[in-house]
Design a protein around this ligand. Structure first.
Ligand code: APR
Ligand code: MG
Length: 291
């Protein structure tokens, strides 16, 4: 991307925009977040997102998932609160959506599965919840079924597709996106008025107005199931603590990748053994470079 240098989101940009915690802050100052996802066969996804959000400074965090997953998730995430979401044989169904208006930001879709009932739930959240929402993983598949709901929505929506998910959303191929990642994401972001985080070796963040920045931290140690769930948690927490949305998202992508890089340069991990949960535990190493 030699012609895109001016858009590279750098360490000094993170330092300039990262919010400070004031000495009088209380948990309410740092936001109340919710993570909605995790069907019965995928309890780990929401645990990763929730734990990453807590490690990224979220004041209060609630996990809304199916009843039978709660003991598993709570075991990984003792600081979180839990909302027993109604389910049908381990699949999240459309229910009590309005309760989500009590949160400052919501992440949805991780480990959710692709059932019709979960699709209805996802679309209702996008349609009815007047708070910043982050849609990832299976949630991206669900919103594809009705992008007009996305377009009509007024509150901020952040989508976090990898190349395959971006190809699905734009009805094109991975090869075509690789040819023109900036213009394809910009077109989509402007058409549907969303923030797009196109993930990969380079991550391109695009605003609904078409502004774009790139983060180039991260390494193939992140190319494992769960890395995306962790990133969504960091974005969720930063959306609640930054005043501006582009720096919140860009800082999350930058620091998620930097954590993975520093886990390796420190000698504590290799690209082979690094796990998504290790990235959560190592976030402090990257955070310490900016405070
Ligand atoms: N270099 C730098 N960063 C990388 C690299 C790399 N080589 N590989 C992956 N990453 C980063 C990406 O930028 C992103 O932040 O790791 C994260 C991977 O996110 P996802 O692709 O969403 O991966 P994952 O969490 O494993 O999700 C895979 O989610 O979307 C569903 O169907 C998908 O089930 C699959 C699951
Ligand atoms: Mg993913």
């Amino acid at each position: 991307f030699s012609d895109q240098k001016q858009m590279r989101w750098q360490h000094m940009d993170v330092q300039r925009t990262f919010p400070k915690r004031t000495s009088f802050s209380h948990k309410g100052s740092h936001g109340k977040g919710a993570v909605v996802g995790g069907q019965l066969s995928m309890p780990g996804s929401v645990a990763l997102t929730a734990r990453a959000a807590l490690r990224s400074g979220a004041g209060l965090l609630t996990v809304a998932t199916v009843k039978d997953n709660i003991p598993v998730v709570a075991n990984q995430c003792v600081e979180a609160m839990y909302h027993v979401w109604r389910d049908d044989q381990g699949i999240l169904i459309d229910d009590s959506v309005s309760s989500l208006n009590h949160y400052d930001a919501i992440a949805i879709g991780m480990g959710m599965g692709r059932a019709d009932e979960s699709q209805k739930l996802t679309l209702r959240i996008v349609n009815e919840i007047n708070r910043p929402v982050i849609v990832d993983a299976d949630g991206l598949y669900h919103i594809k079924s009705d992008l007009e709901v996305v377009r009509a929505r007024l509150a901020p929506l952040v989508i976090t597709p990898h190349l395959g998910e971006m190809a699905m959303l734009t009805e094109t191929t991975i090869a075509e996106i690789k040819q023109a990642p900036f213009s394809i994401t910009k077109q989509f972001a402007q058409k549907y008025q969303v923030y797009v985080v196109l993930k990969g070796k380079f991550t391109i963040i695009t605003t609904p107005r078409g502004e774009q920045v790139v983060t180039d931290t991260g390494n193939p140690g992140l190319a494992k199931g769960g890395s995306g769930d962790v990133l969504s948690g960091v974005i969720l927490a930063f959306m609640m603590q930054h005043n501006e949305r582009l720096p919140a998202i860009a800082n999350a992508c930058y620091l998620h990748g930097l954590t993975a890089d520093m886990s390796i340069t420190s000698g504590r991990h290799t690209e082979t053994d690094l796990l998504a949960s290790d990235v959560i535990d190592e976030l402090s190493v990257a955070f310490r470079t900016i405070v």
